[in-house]
Design a binder for this molecule. Sequence first.
Ligand code: ZN
Ligand code: ZN
Length: 210
Amino acid sequence: MTSPHHLHATRTAWALHTALTRLSELVTVETRRRSDHYLAAANQLRSPVYGVRHATGDHADPVGGVLTAPDATVPARWADLSQTAHGRLSGIAGMFRANPGSDPHTAIVGRIPHLTPSTAAILHKHLTDEDAWIRAAVRLEPAGTPLVGVSCPRCGVRQLQVHTDGPAEAWTVTCSCVCVGQGCRCGAEGAVEGVAHIWPRATVITGRSA
Ligand SMILES: [Zn+2]
Ligand SMILES: [Zn+2]
């Protein structure tokens, strides 16, 4: 079923996907840099100019400089963080009975439609926490912008935010007003009391379900 909790969990999963993609890009750049560093050192060791490294190399010997510059100068910071994120997401996938495999994020997303609303709410909390620390690490602001000129379907105030993570058809719109549950004018399927209003973007813009 779909409830506001499911929509919030799905939205946060898309945000997390964006954060993980950024982290993955940083790992790629870092891996290339480390590999370049290693190859440069290897080339210098083999270089006919410098010849084979001898114990007699003095301060002017650039090979000596390479040998005394360990890998610690190019730490695998992003790779380590990516490993941590992967491990944590695998743990979350397991908690929600999704088989994490090599791609726990996809496994989690696949489980969302099968969760009860209250379980989707707990998953949303976990995903929010993961999204927050990864974004803080990679310095990525949340993707979103005010939805100009459109009134909230519930409270009528023009303070809607559109969240632009993932493909456009996955974008959602939120308001700061909260749902009063069954009978709320938002008309959300599975309306939950006390949960911030959230809609698929197409619903708000066209006034009907996507
Ligand atoms: Zn509102
Ligand atoms: Zn409502």
